[in-house]
Design a protein. Sequence first.
Length: 119
Amino acid sequence: MSAPSGPPPRFDDRRDDRRGDRREEYGSVKARLRARARKKARRQKKKGFIRRKVCRFCADSTLKIEYKDPKTLRLFVSETGKMIPRRISGNCARHQRPLATAIKRARHLALLPMAGQGL
């Protein structure tokens, strides 16, 4: 084995080599522009009018979160018996926390099932 001739590569040289490899992967300038255009089109497709979800308990102050009321709690439990998360149900954090506690208490007293109907 022979030792490599010349000085060891500088850090900058290695970085340039990596950039060069990356450019070869993307191909030509046209290919990079097409890829950027596709990415932009995907981003624009996602945009649209999305109706803001409103917390039911904030909107209607007469609704109370109680573990004794399984009819109300069922609205926030899926068919499989899982709690529906905030981002889907639209509840605020202030009401989601006591709701989760009420669901757990109702499960413990067998007012709500631990699992869904088919399980």
